[in-house]
Ligand binder design. Structure first.
Ligand code: AMP
Length: 289
């Protein structure tokens, strides 16, 4: 009975979602949104818990957004399990789960596209040129549908947070963006819905991502200021995994992501590495005052 009461209310229709939220906003409730593509894990749940703690109403959106995948990427095989997601969200008491269909989000005749320049051009944007248009378009739609006061994003997708912050600033979107830390497996691998694509052997090899970031942090904290030395040390660690292929390794300014040759002040270290056919990303902020 108690469990039943904690089940999040499942909504698939965007118009119904907005009506429900408008009722709650009229009562002065603060709305927290956690945008996800489902296949939930503790990384997602940490965001939902943050929203539960800081807002009156928590909406978790669960939508594998087709427009952020390019042809040939993993849209079709991306894991989907709404029932398991509902069960997990019941355990933390999320209020709503918003799980529209692609046709409900992009009905026939849909023509809009939200494009942010600058920070979308590099790193993920260089390897996935249409990705951030898809992200910005769906995120703005989700903000508008849920009228979110605060939206929670994971540091796991660091560049995505930079892009969404820029979109919100440039377009005067009244939603506050909150970034929360990366949740990792015990051995350091950043949790990701895509980790389930890895074979046991690839799963072991995937540890080179977090290990290379740890090494970079150790070097920088130890006084290394030459970014190329740090990047070489990372490359050396990644090379120990026979199935690893680096898409990029980058040391940049935490706000603009602009590359740094000499390390001064705080930096973000970002990496994308393919382990076999699975593309993984990870990053680390190294803060210095
Ligand atoms: P996704 O379902 O992969 O689109 O992710 C939805 C949200 O969860 C994004 O804001 C991600 O950055 C965040 N997220 C994914 N994995 C993690 C993680 N391991 N730790 C923290 N946040 C995460």
């Amino acid at each position: 009975m108690a469990e039943e009461e904690l089940k999040p209310y499942l909504i698939t229709d965007p118009a119904e979602m907005s009506v429900r939220i408008d009722e709650l906003r009229a009562q002065g409730k603060k709305i927290g949104l956690v945008p996800t593509m489902g296949a939930l894990h503790l990384g997602h749940l940490s965001l939902a818990i943050a929203s539960k703690n800081e807002c009156d109403v928590t909406v978790v959106s669960d939508f594998v957004n087709p427009t952020q995948f390019a042809p040939g990427e993993d849209y079709e095989q991306y894991p989907r399990n709404l029932d398991a997601d509902i069960t997990l969200l019941s355990q933390i008491g999320s209020d709503f789960i918003f799980a529209p269909s692609p046709a409900q989000m992009y009905p026939r005749g849909f023509e809009a596209n939200v494009h942010v320049g600058g920070v979308t051009k590099t790193l993920e944007g260089a390897f996935r040129p249409t990705h951030f248009d898809g992200v910005c378009t769906v995120v703005l739609k989700l903000f508008n549908i849920t009228r979110a006061d605060v939206a929670y994003f994971g540091q796991k997708d660091y560049q995505q947070v930079c892009v969404v912050k820029k979109m919100v600033a440039d377009l005067n979107v009244p939603t506050q963006i909150a970034m929360r830390p990366i949740i990792r497996e015990r051995d350091g691998l950043a949790m990701s819905s895509r980790n389930r694509y890895l074979s046991d052997d690839e799963r072991r090899q995937a540890l080179v991502l977090s290990k290379s970031l740890d090494k970079a942090e150790e070097l920088i904290k130890g006084g290394e200021r030459d970014a190329s030395v740090v990047l070489d040390a990372m490359r050396e660690i990644i090379a120990t995994a026979p199935s690893a292929k680096i898409d990029y390794l980058h040391i940049g300014d935490p706000d603009t992501l602009g590359a740094m040759e000499r390390i001064a002040g705080s930096v973000v270290i970002l990496e994308a590495v393919r382990i076999g056919s699975t593309r993984l990303i990870d990053n680390k902020l190294v803060e210095r005052k």
